[in-house]
Ligand binder design. Structure first.
Ligand SMILES: [Zn+2]
Length: 68
């Protein structure tokens, strides 16, 4: 399993030519990626789970007969 979340598109120019940017990627703040098209280096980090989505999932799987 890889701990690195790979972005598919550059968030700045939309290009797909991304590669891991080694050297100044600090741990704990997301991994750095470099865009070969616009030369920007950015980080991808996990923020958390969306609270609303979790509540909806629980409501949907608990019982389907509540509103029948
Ligand atoms: Zn780019």
């Amino acid at each position: 399993m890889s701990e690195r979340a790979a972005p598919y598109y550059c968030p700045y120019c939309g290009d797909e030519d991304l590669e891991p940017h080694e050297g100044d990627g600090g741990r704990g703040s997301g991994h750095a990626w470099a865009c070969a098209s616009c030369a920007r280096v950015f980080r991808v980090g996990f923020v958390g789970l969306r609270a609303g989505a979790i509540a909806d999932a629980r409501r949907g799987t608990s019982s389907g007969e509540e509103n029948a």
